[in-house]
Design a protein around this ligand. Sequence first.
Ligand code: HEM
Length: 241
Amino acid sequence: MKSISNTEKVIYSAGVVLAIMVYVITIQQNPIFEIASLRLARSFGLISFGLLFLSLVASPLYKAFPEVPGKLWFTKAAKPFGVSAFFFALLHGHYAFFKVLRGFEGLSYLSTRYLLAVVVSTLTLGLLAILTAISFEFVTKKLGESWKWLRKLVYVVAFLAPLHALLIGSHFTSGDSLIGQVFIFLWLLLLLLQEICLHQYLCKRYSQIHPKITGGILIIFFSVIFYIVLLTDTFISHHNV
Ligand code: HEM
């Protein structure tokens, strides 16, 4: 069996140290347990979101711009970043669900907006668990060709995770948080990189079609996705659910 690489060791160890530091500092600064739990849920959620971005960006970045430096390291680091994103999402889910939302009992008090966000987040967590499992070599070997199809679930995660944050994240719903704005910018960047990659792929595959046409179709496609997310958010806000 292949041993764990140095890059993986460094990223996993840094993840564990970061989690302990965030926990200790938050508990020290917030003696009231409920406030500490909320802060922990938020911090772990944001760290998981950041790691998810790092794991998703490497592939489209180097496909679109192969000359950008750091390709070897960043491509190798994508997997441990993804696994660490799952680790932090688990910590976040634990504090958010059992402490902030008060577990299964608390579900009956939630608004439709929160219920929708919890359904979306549970799905995201489940998909992240599958992606983490299939990132290990022995699982990949067992799965054979179906591994490639399961890998495409990353696109669903890349869509659901920001939707969940936009629905209930305190840094995302207010609109005036710098952290929220930075994350929205990063996700738009990811969308743009994916668009460039798809455009390059379609131009190669359907060379008879003018590049402007494939580019135009993709811009419309991604704008519709973005619009659906905004529409869901506006609908829920207007109906006060
Ligand atoms: C069952 C699993 C999950 C539950 C119950 C859950 C619940 C919550 C709750 C209640 C909040 C609102 C906290 C607040 O800002 O006041 C939240 C925010 C957030 N969640 Fe989740 N979540 C789950 C999974 C995930 C996953 C898988 C991710 C993605 C990586 C994620 C990323 C975020 C982010 C980025 C925020 C915004 C934090 C902020 O604005 O400070 N969550 N989640």
